[in-house]
Design a protein around this ligand. Structure first.
Ligand code: ADP
Ligand code: ADP
Length: 216
């Protein structure tokens, strides 16, 4: 089954900037696809359209937004809530009962290696730990499609490598559909079964590569 599909998608901003043209892309359930391309080729525009934050000006998007999670570069944790409260936030908004919320939040925190840090405030976490908490918050909703827009851009090399490995393991364990935007070729190759390369002016798909790495 198809989890995410763009059909002849285009986007022209109100000032006349053509950000995307003729985007055709279909992502199967469970697939992990990366989008790479130079600055200005329309990656963020594509992410915002996929997430529903920005209405496209042409073409179609098919995606189940009820089961969509997204993570952007800055791990946007609420500074006045502890880690546990931050991870429970989305569940609270959806009316999940308190006991179940806590159980699920602790389970997700364990998964991202943050057991023992539940009562910290975000300011007392490292950058990598903030990103892990933010991933835990998204995973608590059991997303079937996970959209990442440069999630590791603000991290140092070592934390970035660790998180890439962790995300890869999470994908194998949970089987969600991944749509991963990056300008790092190594990130794209390591994480994905398919890499889509975009070109600019206006943003379009320039090439696609299947990645078939030997199993470790
Ligand atoms: P990327 O994420 O690949 O760097 P963007 O999606 O941010 O690319 O931008 C694609 C193009 O659209 C660029 O030319 C950018 O200047 C333009 N753009 C982005 N946002 C807006 C906006 N709100 N209004 C007008 N042009 C925009
Ligand atoms: P990461 O961001 O991947 O956790 P770090 O090298 O920043 O990696 O941290 C390594 C370990 O040091 C963390 O797992 C945590 O136990 C501890 N640590 C890091 N930063 C802080 C902090 N601000 N407060 C408390 N403990 C921290």
């Amino acid at each position: 089954p198809v989890a995410l599909r763009f059909e002849d998608l285009s986007m022209t901003y109100p000032d006349g900037t053509e950000a995307l043209t003729g985007i055709d892309l279909s992502i199967a359930a469970g697939e992990f696809v990366s989008i790479i391309g130079p600055s200005g080729c329309g990656k963020s525009t594509l992410a915002r359209i996929a997430s529903g934050l920005l209405p496209q000006t042409g073409g179609l998007v098919r995606i189940d937004r009820d089961h969509l999670a997204f993570t952007f570069q800055e791990a946007t944790l609420l500074p006045w809530r502890r880690v546990l409260g931050n991870v429970e936030l989305m569940m609270e908004l959806r009316g999940v009962p308190a006991a179940e919320r806590k159980r699920k939040a602790l389970e997700q925190l364990d998964l991202v290696g943050l057991t023992g840090f539940e009562d910290r405030f975000p300011r007392a976490l490292s950058g990598g730990m903030k990103m892990r908490a933010s991933l835990a918050r998204s995973f608590a909703l059991d997303p079937t499609v996970f959209l990442f827009d440069e999630p590791f851009g603000a991290l140092d090399e070592i934390n970035r490598e660790r998180l890439i490995e962790e995300l890869s393991a999470l994908h194998r364990a949970k089987g969600f559909t991944g749509f991963f935007i990056t300008h790092s070729i190594p990130e794209a190759v390591y994480l994905s079964s398919r890499v889509v390369v975009m070109g600019a002016r206006p943003g379009r798909i320039a090439a696609e590569y299947a990645i078939d790495l030997p199993q470790p």
